[in-house]
Design a protein around this ligand. Structure first.
Ligand code: FAD
Length: 495
């Protein structure tokens, strides 16, 4: 069980509040090396968990290694998500080994087995992990705590949130309104610059592992071919920083100006930061994004404030929900008023009821909804505004709220590049179950859950323009895919 006590180790470079002791080892640190099991924060730069691991290793004059476990299966991730992740990790291995002389060790299978085994083999005294509120990872950590030797200490570092999730609030928050003040009050303490990471004092003896990234990537591409990789989002830390700060098309440097006015216009996807895939895989730190964004506040105060509200308050509220609400991805996780109103209207007559297959294939009578579904299936990132409309229509067109939330999460996790994220579970739960929202005027099917419709979208933006934009986008993606398949076949024939 996690304790909120500060680590009983020597003073640390990372604020004590960011670190939780998951397990206190029987032996003092320093008997063996430090291992950082990296899961959610897949980056070398601006990573508090890595900084803590190096710091503790230096204090005890022992070496440090980074371990990553590639699960056989993780929440149904396909080629799109796994390819992106592995390509990012390939760059990470080079960067961490070349620049910091820290070995990167990749394991395959179940982390409950591979991580304790590695700790035993190398005689580690401290395991550092990053933080995820998802139940699969929490269960896995509980199991690791049980399986490692008594002597091993385990620290968890929240390297994902700016204000550590457990410091921001110790309970399930009702809405952005109830958590905003708590987070803002703590920003001066936590929204600080990162120290420069140097190679650790003591080097790891063993030689670096040779990882056959090409065959790993080919393997996930083959097994997860149903949802292929996308081309528009280049994986890795360098690419992430380019999207944030690049001279050509960087969000803060070139696109920020219209964020507050254009971010809800699906025809202008570039008005958004487009950083969610990088944030999801931890290839960029939200704290870095916030620090850099603050530098633009004098120029574009409204845009920066709106962006920080999304990046900090909304995003960290999602972690709060998933951590404190065990049923974060089902109807059971809705507040009582929402569950009641949804159940009161569960058997209301629906104009259309679509099967999962019809929805997946974008075969509804609503061309706007179909366009958003196709944007997600082929492009891998549905516009943020359309995600709300898309999810709410699933509630309207399925047998009841329980099925609606299941389908919504299934499709979101399968096709979105940023899927399987707390913000995704909360987005689906907000749309269908009114989580973090308030009650609205009661109406059929939705009850008191906020309603959205086609006419409302038409008033807000050029619906036909969006449908035509997605048609073009999907056409281009299919064309490029066909060309690449043809060139691969030609190459094979020539061999
Ligand atoms: C039904 C539904 C499903 C969603 N699924 C996902 C998902 O799988 N993964 C995911 O990361 N987000 C999800 N969201 C939240 C949001 O739509 C995306 O984070 C956003 O569209 C990502 O694009 P961006 O980075 O360009 O956004 P920007 O507008 O540039 O936002 C900046 C950052 O703020 C955060 N953010 C923005 N909106 C929200 C929000 N509503 N809740 C929490 N954090 C937010 C994200 O980290 C985002 O990168 C979902 C929302 C809904 C309604």
């Amino acid at each position: 069980m996690a304790s909120l006590s500060s680590p009983s180790t020597k003073a640390t470079a990372v604020q004590a509040g960011r670190i939780r002791v998951l397990k206190e080892g029987s032996q003092p640190l320093g008997k063996g090396p430090v291992v950082y099991w990296m899961f959610r924060d897949q980056r070398v730069k601006d990573n508090w968990a890595l900084i803590h691991a190096v710091d503790q290793a230096n204090k005890a004059n022992v070496p440090v290694a980074v371990a990553f476990n590639l699960f056989d299966q993780f929440l149904g991730a396909k080629a799109r998500q796994l390819g992106f992740m592995l390509k990012g990790l390939r760059q990470l291995q080079t960067s961490i080994e070349d620049n910091l002389q820290i070995p990167f060790c990749l394991f395959q299978g179940e982390a409950e087995e591979t991580i304790p085994k590695f700790l035993e083999e190398c005689g580690a005294s401290l395991l550092v992990t990053d933080f995820s509120p998802l139940r699969q990872i929490r269960k896995c950590k509980d199991e690791i705590c049980k399986r490692v030797s008594d002597s091993v200490t385990i620290h968890e570092v929240d390297a994902h949130n700016i204000v550590p999730m457990w410091v921001a609030s110790d309970k399930l928050e009702y809405s952005a309104r109830t958590i905003r003040g708590k987070i803002i009050k703590l920003l001066p303490e936590y929204l600080i610059d990162f120290p420069m990471l140097q190679p650790p004092n003591k080097k790891w003896d063993a030689r670096n592992q040779v990882i056959d990234w090409d065959s790993l990537i080919a393997d996930v591409s083959r097994k997860g071919a149903e949802v292929p990789e996308i081309e528009w989002c280049e994986p890795g830390e360098t690419a992430a920083m380019e999207v944030l700060m690049g001279n050509k098309d960087g969000f803060l440097t070139k696109r920020l100006k219209n964020y507050s006015t254009d971010r809800n216009i699906p025809l202008k996807p570039k008005a958004l930061s487009c950083l969610s895939p990088y944030l999801h895989f931890g290839q960029i730190s939200a704290q870095r994004c916030a620090l850099e964004a603050r530098g633009f506040r004098k120029l574009y105060p409204q845009a920066v404030d709106t962006y920080l509200e999304e990046l900090i308050v909304r995003r960290e509220l999602s972690d709060n929900f998933c951590y404190y609400q065990p049923h974060y991805d089902s109807l059971q996780g809705a507040w009582e008023w929402a569950r009641k109103t949804l159940m009161d209207h569960a058997s209301d007559k629906r104009e259309h009821i679509y099967t999962m297959e019809q929805l997946e294939k974008a075969q509804t009578a609503d061309p706007l909804w179909n366009a958003s579904q196709l944007e997600m299936v082929h492009y891998g990132k549905m516009h943020g505004f359309m995600r709300m409309y898309w999810a709410k229509k699933i509630l309207e067109w399925t047998k009841g709220p329980k099925e609606a939330i299941e389908i919504c999460i299934y499709l979101n996790d399968k096709y979105e590049l940023d899927g399987r994220d707390p913000s995704g579970y909360v987005g689906c739960m907000w749309s269908i179950c009114g989580v973090h929202d308030q009650g609205w005027r009661e109406r059929p099917i939705f009850g008191k859950i906020r309603y959205m419709n086609y006419a409302g979208c038409k008033r807000k933006f050029d619906v036909d323009g969006y449908i035509a934009y997605v048609k073009r986008l999907v056409g281009e993606i299919k064309k490029r895919k066909a060309e690449s398949q043809l060139s691969q076949k030609t190459k094979q024939l020539r061999k």
